[in-house]
Design a protein around this ligand. Sequence first.
Ligand code: ATP
Length: 255
Amino acid sequence: MTVLTGVATLPAARVEEAVKIHGIGATEVRALDHVTVDFPARRFTAIMGPSGSGKSTLLHCAAGLDTLTAGSAFLGATELGGLPDRRLTVLRRERIGFVFQSFNLVPTLTVRENITLPLDLAGRAADGQWLATLVDVVGLGDRLHHRPSELSGGQQQRVAVARALASRPEVVFADEPTGNLDSRAGAEVLGLLRRAVDEMAQSVVMVTHDPVAAGHADQVLFLADGRLVDAMAAPTAERVLDRMKAFDPRTEAGR
Ligand SMILES: Nc1ncnc2c1ncn2[C@@H]1O[C@H](COP(=O)(O)OP(=O)(O)OP(=O)(O)O)[C@@H](O)[C@H]1O
């Protein structure tokens, strides 16, 4: 197994010469084509690109939800490709937080129980002060004993963000976290991810189609046809939209 040294400068996650081929033979699709990218610690990175450009594949391979066909994926200094399934499961549970488009809360559990679920599954005690901070930041202190069905979509996604942060993961990977939300609820969720980075020293990687969402990030990576084609520091929604139009005038952003 490859072990990276120089821990102080390590990115939170990294993929190196990542290739992912889905399917075989005539149905083969090269979803990632030699992508090398760092996801810096304590930064908010957005991944953008046209539909089918490989965004979700990159996120899933970087997060250990899927395996690369060739190349390497690292979480900190740990190479994921070298891990047996059981250790990968533990790594995902203990070192990574996930937020999905469809909130994925457990309907029978309360808000509080949903937030602490990853810790409960790992048999770890909740850090009371950290949980109190999270509950305060997500603004759901008066809803802790409600069920997900009693919450709005935006509130449910805020619970999902709190759940992702509960174990103080090394990276939160978010796949279209605002895709099912109206713009106001989406802005609240994005503000929460931003605060997790700025005030709680967390690292966030988010796939999005939305230039406004990408405008909350510290850097935006642009994929096209499975390749990393550009990167933008200190993005704004307007600059991201312009860049998307320049890449592919046929995309929605270009219409
Ligand atoms: N399990 C799979 N089996 C076969 N092909 C797949 C699979 N998953 C993804 N693909 C293909 O790989 C390519 C990249 O897909 P991916 O979902 O990563 O793109 P994306 O940029 O996230 O797209 P979208 O924005 O539409 O979600 C696409 O051509 C897709 O059809």
